[in-house]
Design a protein around this ligand. Structure first.
Ligand SMILES: NC(=O)c1ccc[n+]([C@@H]2O[C@H](COP(=O)([O-])OP(=O)(O)OC[C@H]3O[C@@H](n4cnc5c(N)ncnc54)[C@H](OP(=O)(O)O)[C@@H]3O)[C@@H](O)[C@H]2O)c1
Length: 256
């Protein structure tokens, strides 16, 4: 048999759940996982957007869920376990950011809102889906962190965003080690700046855009397709000996 190093990247027969699939990274990830052979379950709050995307992807399913509401997450997982027996790949991608502000001016309510989406929801969904993965002895989780889980966000001041993404990096390591002997791998992806709804205010502001370019050794923001390889690597058997890691896709931002 000739060597086929690309075969390990295929996801034929696997079911992949992507949170935050109604826009930005999540929509792109859903397309990439589908192209690699997976059946994709699309999750976010804006159901009409998910349904439109599901219409373009063979075998995809759209399910509305606010991942920050534990009752909705519980109902989602119950449905997934009943109808699919769980999922093979979980991409915890849904995320929010705090409005830029000096930390001392940020309210606890705003901080907590971001913690609920970016951190608590990742813990909640991962831990609800893990038992079925452990029972099968197989599962993969990819948590979308950020370079601001590794280095400060300021002067783009977003304390809750940075704190939650740092926590996602740490949670990724902890879950990876807890579940390593049970066949479940957990890794994180840490992108720098890519233009999406989340970052639109920065990309629309000339000085913010220049700040991104100035701080990126490759001299430009990322393009969505430049996450494809990293996502697929972490979601597939191509990364079978990788767990607890954070894969940085940042044009060199954190290398300085
Ligand atoms: N863009 C970047 O430069 C960048 C860099 C590093 C990391 N990231 C991370 O990448 C992830 C995706 O962000 P993006 O840039 O693609 O932004 P985006 O286009 O704004 O996407 C965010 C997604 O999260 C979903 N979401 C937000 N709150 C939710 C909730 N409570 N329940 C369910 N879904 C929720 C949104 O869907 P609904 O509104 O329909 O619920 C949307 O699909 C985030 O975790 C973000 O922190 C982004």
């Amino acid at each position: 048999m000739p060597l086929d190093p690309l075969a390990a990247f295929r996801l034929d027969g696997r079911t992949a759940l992507v949170t935050g699939a109604s826009s930005g990274f999540g929509e792109r990830f859903a397309r990439v996982l589908t192209a690699a052979g997976a059946r994709v379950i699309l999750v976010a709050r804006r159901l009409e957007r998910l349904e439109r995307l599901a219409g373009e992807l063979p075998d995809a399913r759209a399910l509305a869920c606010d991942v920050a509401v534990p009752e909705q997450v519980a109902a989602l997982v119950t449905a997934l376990l009943e109808e699919h027996g769980g999922v093979d790949v979980l991409v915890n991608n849904a995320g929010a950011s705090d409005a830029p502000a000096r930390a001392e001016s940020e309210t606890l309510g705003e901080f907590a809102r971001v913690v609920d989406v970016n951190l608590n929801a990742v813990f909640d969904l991962s831990c609800r889906l893990a038992p079925a993965m452990i029972q099968r002895g197989r599962g993969v989780m990819v948590n979308v962190a950020s370079i601001h889980g590794l280095v400060a966000s300021a002067p783009n001041r977003q304390a809750a965003y940075a704190a939650t993404k740092g926590a996602v990096v740490a949670l990724t390591k902890e879950l990876a080690v807890q579940w390593a002997r049970k066949g479940v791998r957990v890794n994180a992806l840490a992108p720098a700046y890519f233009e999406t709804e989340l970052t639109a205010p920065m990309f629309e502001d000339e000085s913010s855009r220049e700040w991104i370019v100035r701080n990126t050794p490759l001299g430009r923001p990322g393009e969505l397709h430049e996450l494809d390889g990293a996502l697929l690597f972490l979601a597939s058997d191509a990364s079978s000996y990788v767990t607890g890691s954070t894969l940085v896709v940042d044009g060199g931002w954190t290398a300085r």
